[in-house]
Structure formats: C-alpha cells, structure tokens
Design a protein around this ligand. Sequence first.
Ligand code: KG4
Length: 338
Amino acid sequence: MSVNILGIESSCDDTSAAVISDGILKSNVIAGQKVHEAYGGVVPELASRAHQQNIVPVVSEALRRAGIDKYDLSAIAFTRGPGLLGSLLVGTSFAKGMAIGLDIPLIDVNHLHAHVLSHFIRLSEDDEVPQFPFICLLVSGGNSQIVLVKSPYEMEIVGKTIDDAAGEAFDKCAKVMGLPYPGGPHIDRLASKGNPKAFKFSKPHIPGLDYSFSGLKTSFLYTLRDELKEDSDFIEKNKEDLAASLQATIIDILLSKLKKALLQYPVKSLAIGGGVSANSGVRKAIEEFCHNYGLKAWIPERAFTTDNAAMVAAAGYFKYINKEFCDLSLPPFSRVTI
Ligand code: KG4
C-alpha cells in the first residue's frame, strides 16, 4: 500500500498544503495573503484570519491535484513552529481535527527542519538528493543560520544571527528606499542592473560562526541620510547601484562565515534554503563558492525556497518512516529552535 502524507504549512502568511506519495511530490498548493501589502509587513492577526479562510480550500485542492482521496492518507504532517502563534494554531488545529476524523497518525514538523529538508522534495524517482552530512545555509526573513545536517532527524545550528536575519536586512533597507514589502525580490531585480562596488557598507566583526546584519542596516541608513542632504533625488538616481552594493555586502557576509564553517566541519556538500535563497546573486555566489571549494552545491527550485507545504510533507515522510508520531495535546511553538 502507498504511503500518502498530507503536509500543512501555516507558520507565517502563506497557507499551503501538499501531498507526497511514496516519497514523490504529487501536489503543492500555496495561497498567499495580499492583505499585508498595505501595511509594509505581516500583521499577525490578519494572517491568522486569512489562514482560517484559506485552509479548507487549499487542503481540498492539494488532495484533488494529487488525485488522492482523504481516506487514502497515511498521516498528516503540520508545521508546529517556529512562526506566528495565531497562524500556527490554525494549521495545527486543522491537522489535529482531520487526523482525529480520519483516525490516522499526526506528525509535527519543525519549520526550519522543513526548509533544510526541502532538498529531499522529489518530483520523480530519478531526482537526486544530498548525502549526509552536509551544511545548509538557512536564510529567510526570520532566520540566518548555518546548520550541520547529520541526518533527517539530527541537525545542529553551528552559527546564527545575533540580531537581524539576512531577509530583514534586504527588507528593511528596501523599505527606506521606498520599495514595496517584501523588499528582497525588488533589491534582487534592481541589483542585476547596478554596480556592486559603487557603495561600501560596513561588515560585522563577530567572532565564531555567528552572523550580524544590524550594523549593515545602520550603515546603509547613514549613507542615505548623508547623501539625501546633498541631493533629494539620490535614491532614485542610484537605486540600482545601492541595491547591487547592498546585495553584494550581504553575500560577502554570508560567505565569510561559510568558509569558516567548512574548515571546522569538512563536509562534501553545501545546501541553501529559505526565502533569501531565491536571490539570484546568492544562488550564483553559492554555485561559484562550491565550484572553487570542490563542493557539491544544492540550490532549491525557487518554488521551494519560500514557505511551502511540500517541504513539510517531505520532513513528515521521513518521520513517518521512523514512526515518529505526535500526541494530539502538542501545542504549537513560536520561538526559533531546531
Ligand atoms: O522563508 P521565507 O518565505 O519566510 C520566512 O521568513 O519564514 O522568507 C522571506 C524572506 C523575505 O525577507 C524576502 O524579502 C526574502 O525572503 N526574499 C528574497 C528574495 N525572495 C524572497 N530576498 C532577496 N532576494 C530574493 N529574490
């Protein structure tokens, strides 16, 4: 009999459901939430309300596209955290209700594990997956971590940001440039036409493998403040160079700690994951870095970089094989942990 896992993701502002059958992805449906655009960031209460509206149609559509009847599901995997508590509660409660109704096991998934395990989403039997151990650079709007991945069940954070995440650096700098939220993709687009050496922004001097992005953000702000005093059109005239220089600095910061991490943990493969791994400059830099260091690079498809339930179902599939099920009393958690 086939193993059919339904994955449910609702940690932030995307409601998503996916089905994986015998390890192969059959469907991945994502409903975004436009309601936050007017506020320049995610409004938690609006996010949980939108999840409540989206969850039933999104799950139904994922089952329909997969061609799987709900009575043929083997288990339901859901994102337990970290994320926005109200949003997580919607996915968690829905998954629990459905598991009780169908009398099938429930599997809790750590959102950050799921991002790492997005490299195990297979669209066909021929798709390759990384060999353990490997290092994964996890860069999103809320996290910037270097993760040593020993197995699907054992991951160690060996470096993390002590303040802002890389995605926040993109988004906050984009905001002061007057770009819409989230600013990361806009910086990416502008950067492709700019000179990455046009401006110099400060880089952190943090010991060990930890990151820091708040100094870069301040240095970016000060540059704009000083230049705007001289020329009120400074941003408009220089937006491409500003974006390219900001992106290049973020990439430099990310790579400098990866170099150190690889000396400490000499693995053969390097993966990236999380929303910022959709960035064209980051993807190119990781490819080059891996080429220069003789590593195999694992760059996820863009659809699997931002929040999606396919990665939750993939993580859930591993846990199903290991018979790691959870109790109906398990609450969601908001704090970052791995
Ligand atoms: O993983 P994600 O969808 O959500 C969480 O934070 O969990 O990541 C969202 C982040 C945002 O900061 C967004 O600006 C950034 O990923 N992002 C990008 C790009 N696409 C998304 N940053 C730079 N370049 C991109 N192309």
